[in-house]
Design a protein. Structure first.
Length: 284
């Protein structure tokens, strides 16, 4: 994890060094004089030995006539120390604190783009479904069992479905309708909840059928918050993507997944078929 952050820091330094050279400053000493810095600061930043501040990046770009690069580089800078946040570190005190941390992000977001290929998105989950997800996480990551508190915090997100003018664009893989989380009774209730959410005016739910023509590989789940942040979950860590160029890649991926999705009555038919599947399963 730290190696990737260091590599990103070095790549940022290399870009800044190229800006300096392209602007005609052959040495770091001359450029440091323009900025009023010590010569060693320029060298340390360019070689990834020192973190640049946002003010440093802005001053550097303005001095080298690269002001249009400021937003991109500042996003990279913010990304370095948050590139990966290991799940064990996030969950060392339990899952409730991680759920609470997400609430301000949800409160600020106006447009959500969500892709989950094999599970129901957290904000759409029933209490029973969410509880089983957290119990699985407790067993897998071996963190303190605070499932009841974690479920309560996760369910707090649902108020944003009804408040403000937020838009929810949610895509689920058909497998998400069949992944057996908690048993048939839990799944029937969860699928019924999903049908109900499809009736909300600002919620769009698409299902990507198993046999749908694929314009892009299904890949991993991700959550987009406006055009400023993407959260990507893996087994070992959660990655925060905020660099504009990378966020745009996820926006493109989401648009391609939308082309494979079905909506409305066709989506409801897929959900009803999954419900019938669980109806036929023994409860015990």
């Amino acid at each position: 994890m730290s190696n990737q952050a260091q590599e990103t820091r070095e790549a940022l330094g290399a870009r800044l060094r190229n800006f300096r050279r392209d602007a005609g400053y052959a040495s770091g000493r001359a450029f440091a004089g323009v900025l009023g810095w010590h010569e060693s600061k320029v060298s340390r930043i360019e070689h990834g030995k020192q973190n640049a501040s946002e003010e440093d990046v802005r001053a550097w770009c303005e001095a080298t006539s690269q002001a249009e690069q400021i937003d991109d580089l500042v996003a990279t800078l913010r990304h370095i120390d948050e590139l990966w946040m290991e799940w064990r570190r996030q969950l060392q005190a339990g899952a409730a604190s991680r759920q609470k941390k997400a609430l301000p992000i949800y409160a600020r977001t106006k447009v959500f783009r969500i892709w989950h290929p094999n599970a129901i998105w957290g904000t759409f989950q029933t209490a029973d479904y969410a509880g089983e997800i957290f119990r699985q996480a407790v067993r897998f990551y071996e963190f303190p069992n605070d499932t009841e508190a974690a479920v309560a915090k996760r369910l707090e997100r649902q108020r944003y479905l009804y408040e403000g003018i937020r838009i929810y664009n949610v895509l689920l893989g058909e497998q998400a309708l069949y992944s057996n989380v908690g048993g048939p009774a839990v799944m029937r209730s969860q699928l019924d909840r999903l049908i109900g959410l499809m009736g909300l005016a600002r919620v769009s739910v698409g299902i990507v059928p198993k046999a749908a023509p694929a314009d892009i590989w299904l890949g991993h789940s991700f959550s987009m918050f406006d055009d400023r942040l993407v959260l990507v979950e893996t087994f070992s860590a959660e990655m925060s993507v905020s660099q504009p160029r990378e966020v745009e890649l996820y926006a493109r991926a989401f648009a391609l997944l939308q082309q494979s999705a079905v909506y409305g009555a066709t989506a409801r038919e897929l959900i009803s078929a999954a419900t019938d599947h669980f109806d036929r399963m023994p409860t015990d």
